[in-house]
Design a protein around this ligand. Structure first.
Ligand SMILES: C[S@@+](CC[C@H](N)C(=O)[O-])C[C@H]1O[C@@H](n2cnc3c(N)ncnc32)[C@H](O)[C@@H]1O
Length: 448
């Protein structure tokens, strides 16, 4: 898509819709993620309409596709896949947007021209008019909006919560802020929000603020001054758990965040540690140098980049050189995973994730734990977390790990949302405001 549209171009709705169709093709045909698209898209597309259509169509893709198949006598030709996407964008708007139906149909029909297919106007008009007439009878269900394997896995692993989890995956994610308490107190930041009439609620852990309505982060008070970060609620617990589990006898802890980019938990932890300790040392490591550069930039905005207590570095944390033996009081392994707990935030995961990838994630997660464990001091604590709801990436990983490490002692966890699992703690996206997230805390026995 890059290069087709200049940043300064003013686009009509029909042109935006045509670009959404091209974006959808990149996702469903070429396996590109929404993040990949966003990183490459022209500034001219940074509009609420483009964002709503792109995310909305991906979020409801499977059910819309299912519905569309009932209106087409035969599938469109392979080379007209963009028209299939166009009909889907129209169907999404008829079903989910507040735009008047006639405007939706007109704009969608008009998008045939920028797609280079003006001959298809009649076809698009006819299908959408039929859909419009039936609109009130249409209701999406999780049965048509999820791949069968995902329905089966969630149902098997969460027999009591499956329907709620699948339904939550169709919703928009809440926007959650973390107050940078090294700059401003939560109470003072709440006053700033109130003075700008931005509705919110405050949530555990202390610094979390849930906005009643998402808005661009850069439009929030104190954004440029680094007073806040956007950080999903369940992702705000690991730093607190780490802090609670540093033994009282340690007065200048040394910590290693093995997969730190883009630094959400790293900087939160640094802020919390700075309040409690006169000195600490925090190494933020990530395999991906690009993501590490982004981490540095975020640190600059938050005012942490020049702090000598944090060191950023790039290494593959599965390799022996990544960590030296017996060095750290705390290890944080916020592991790369399927992201299955964040589907409502990243709806493309539901279209792109393949069941066989889960075993690949598990192998990497185990490789990280097996390698990094050497770096932990005796009596030290390792926090393992994923934003996954799959047992294969969570309890099954920890089970295999403790089976092979007799000196690894599981520590009990108690958090305000979620439930205990065999080895850790699981939050689900069906709970208020949290994404699906897993935590396990392991201590290395003394004398091991
Ligand atoms: C879930 S994200 C981490 C999020 C981060 N902890 C935060 O709070 O913002 C997982 C990270 O693991 C990194 N990663 C993947 N494989 C790795 C490896 N072998 N060694 C180190 N980092 C790795 C990815 O680049 C990615 O940034």
């Amino acid at each position: 898509m890059a290069g087709q549209i200049s940043d300064s171009q003013k686009l009509s709705d029909a042109q935006i819709i045509a670009q959404v169709c091209k974006g959808l093709e990149q996702v469903v045909r070429n396996g590109r993620t929404l993040d990949w698209l966003r990183a490459r898209q022209s500034k001219a597309l940074a509009s609420p309409l483009h964002q709503d259509l792109m995310y909305g169509c991906v979020r409801h893709f499977l059910s819309l596709q299912h519905e569309l198949s009932q209106y087409l006598a035969k599938p469109l030709r392979n080379k007209d896949h963009d028209l299939q996407m166009l009909l889907l964008v129209g169907a999404y708007q008829l079903q989910f947007s507040r735009r008047p139906a006639h405007a939706v149909v007109n704009n969608t029909v008009n998008a045939c021209r920028p797609l280079g297919k003006p001959w298809a106007r009649g076809l698009v008009n006819g299908v959408l008019r039929k859909m419009q007439r039936n609109a009130e009878h249409q209701a999406t269900t999780s049965a048509t909006n999820n791949p069968q394997w995902l329905i089966e896995k969630i149902t098997q692993q969460y027999p009591n919560d499956a329907e709620a989890v699948l339904r939550a995956n169709d919703q928009r994610a809440p926007m959650v802020l973390r107050v940078n308490t090294s700059k401003i107190s939560t109470a003072d930041y709440c006053s700033e929000l109130s003075s700008q009439e931005i509705a919110f609620s405050v949530c555990e852990p202390n610094e979390a603020i849930v906005l009643a309505k998402p808005q661009p982060a850069s439009s929030l008070p104190g954004w440029n001054e680094g007073q806040i970060a956007v950080q999903e609620l369940s992702a705000q617990f690991p730093a607190n758990l780490v802090l609670q589990n540093i033994p009282a006898a340690i007065n200048s802890p040394v910590l290693f965040d093995a997969c730190c980019a883009p630094g959400g938990k790293l900087y939160q932890l640094h802020e919390l540690l700075s309040k409690r300790y006169a000195a600490h040392r925090l190494v933020g490591n990530d395999k991906n140098p690009k993501r590490l550069a982004e981490t540095l930039q975020i640190g600059q905005r938050l005012g942490h980049a020049d702090d000598s207590k944090i060191t950023l570095r790039s290494a593959d944390a599965t390799t022996p050189d990544a960590i030296s033996k017996g060095t750290y009081d705390v290890l944080i392994v916020d592991a790369p995973c399927s992201g299955s707990g964040t589907i409502r935030r990243n709806p493309d995961i539901r279209l792109l994730l393949q069941p066989n990838q889960i075993a690949e994630h598990q192998s990497l997660q185990l490789a990280l734990l097996f390698n990094l464990w050497r770096g932990l001091k005796q009596g030290g604590t390792l926090l393992y977390s994923t934003c996954s709801v799959f047992d294969e990436e969570n309890d099954q990983v920890i089970e295999q790990f403790v089976d092979e490490h007799s000196e690894a002692c599981i520590q009990p966890l108690q958090l305000p949302f979620g439930t205990a699992t065999r080895f850790g703690w699981q939050m689900l996206p069906s709970e208020p405001n949290t994404d699906g997230f897993y935590y396990a805390l392991i201590q290395k026995a003394h004398g091991s």
